[in-house]
Design a protein around this ligand. Structure first.
Ligand SMILES: [Zn+2]
Length: 277
């Protein structure tokens, strides 16, 4: 939906795609506006004023004006180009994975200040870290918190027993760690003591401290698996709730039409419908 008046905002460029011969559609992420899709005109031609300032995974200030069907980027100024992130394939891969999560989890034009801060901090850290994967894990744990899907790491999600490091399982569908007794019923995936300890350490530590931890390949693979399942669970729940909200909006529209069509009675039924969903 095109916006009504021009605006200026700080934003991080998540990605871009070509539009026609000369333009690009840029997906920006801004603290007060969430995801913004806007056209950078003429960026694939020489002498474009904005072309050097809309690279994916850079931070800048952007002037955005309403266009006929899509918003237009009228000016752009880079604040952080993060060259050391772009020059390293491992850092870049992790940064793109983080950007994709932000892209998939946010709506157009919805304020997202905490997620913006988290993204900014993570890209800053990625630009200087020797262990980029651990920064993505650190990001993912906090991302899950913000999505309302904080994995439980202190007490068994089934029986609430206080957890010791050994013999646990990780059950993404249940929302976290299960104790050895509940795990014996076949619940969740095995969770090794090193992976359990690392998850808890990352939860309470800064991203700089997290980047200092040496992680062996088996533990890294395990952390990847548990976090991936948790993210899928969180995004799936989100998509379902969005479908549900769409269904609800549709039902309300139909209800209003019915109310308008009939002289009485339907409005009351609509209220009852609302109260039960
Ligand atoms: Zn238990």
């Amino acid at each position: 939906m095109p916006r009504v008046r021009p605006m200026r905002t700080e934003a991080i460029v998540l990605r871009q795609r070509p539009l026609g011969d000369a333009d690009r559609i840029c997906v920006l992420f801004a603290p007060l506006h969430g995801r913004i899709e806007a056209v950078a005109k003429g960026v694939r031609k020489p002498l474009s004023k904005v072309s050097g300032h809309v690279a994916p995974l850079s931070r800048g200030t952007f002037g955005i004006a309403p266009g006929r069907s899509l918003d237009i980027i009228t000016e752009a100024q880079t604040l952080d180009a993060w060259p050391s992130l772009h020059d390293d394939i491992n850092r870049m891969t992790e940064a793109l994975a983080i950007a994709e999560l932000v892209d998939r989890s946010t709506d157009l034009d919805i304020a997202a200040r905490p997620l913006y801060r988290l993204l900014h901090q993570s890209l800053d850290a990625l630009a200087s870290t020797p262990s980029p994967a651990s920064i993505r894990w650190w990001f993912t744990l906090r991302f899950l918190d913000q999505q309302g899907y904080r994995p439980e790491l202190e007490a068994c999600v089934r029986c609430r027993a206080v957890l010791e490091p050994d013999g646990n399982g990780f059950a993404a569908t249940e929302g976290g760690v299960v104790c050895p007794r509940c795990r014996s019923g076949g619940l969740g995936q095995p969770l090794s003591a090193p992976a359990f300890r690392l998850l808890r350490y990352m939860r309470r530590s800064s991203c700089e401290a997290t980047a200092q931890v040496n992680v062996d390949a088996a533990t890294a693979a395990e952390i990847e698996r548990h976090l991936r399942l948790s993210v899928e669970q969180a995004l799936d729940t989100r998509l379902r709730s969005r479908d549900f909200a769409d269904d609800l909006a549709r039902a309300e529209t139909l209800g209003k039409r019915a109310t308008n069509a009939a002289s009485s009675g339907n409005g009351q039924r609509e209220d009852q419908h609302r109260a039960t969903v």
